[in-house]
Write a protein that binds this ligand. Sequence first.
Ligand SMILES: Nc1ncnc2c1ncn2[C@@H]1O[C@H](COP(=O)(O)OP(=O)(O)O)[C@@H](O)[C@H]1O
Ligand SMILES: [Mg+2]
Length: 235
Amino acid sequence: MLAAQSEGRKIISSGNTELDAKMGGGIPLGSLILVEGASGAGKSVLSQQIMWGALQDSYLVTLFTSENTVRSLMAQMQSINLDILDYLLLGKFRMHPMALARLGSSAPDKLLRVLKGIRGRDLIVIDSFTAAISHAATSVQIVSFFEQCKRLCGEGVTIMITLHPDAADHELMNPLRSMCDAHLQLRAEQDGQRLVKTLQVAKVRGASSSTGAIVGFDVEPGWGMRVIPISKARG
Ligand SMILES: Nc1ncnc2c1ncn2[C@@H]1O[C@H](COP(=O)(O)OP(=O)(O)O)[C@@H](O)[C@H]1O
Ligand SMILES: [Mg+2]
């Protein structure tokens, strides 16, 4: 039995109350989560925040990363006060570096095979899946990858996939977005004179409160994601 089920909790929290509130109170377990954002928009930091929150709640977490080594991830997370070294040593957090570009067009299928073999994990994060999409042979292959992930989510695991929005054209992105239970969009936007990072909670299916909010945030050394006010009127 997964740690989450045995303790009767039902959501993945970021461990940041303000951020959770904007995400409808937390993302229900068993969700397929899509995080979209260009380079530097905050995909990895948001993933790290959510992995940290999940570990704090005694969930078991596995990360597939195309960007970090164990050492660089620990250093990066410590720099924003998200220290997960103990969880790593206890096996509650596992990470697998992946070279998606090197796998070429077989990347989605190979990754899926590995995902299917994982047992007893509550949260699986793939940061990022961009290279798999850009090297995929066909979009059918990608849609099928998402469908299979969704099937795994049906068994209770939560899967979070980060993507650069330019990785695929609209004809592929739209079906992927609608397939996901939660869709988070990260952007760097002009707010008056400032350039602010924003998180748009496009949807969180099954959230306890409403979503759709756009929240401004900053990444601060020694702190992490801090929600900040934005003035820009939204239409
Ligand atoms: N320790 C830190 N101190 C300050 N800024 C940071 C720190 N860690 C990450 N950032 C900033 O957070 C932003 C988001 O980075 P990241 O999550 O890596 O983006 P992405 O994964 O979308 O490319 C970047 O602007 C990066 O400089
Ligand atoms: Mg990143």
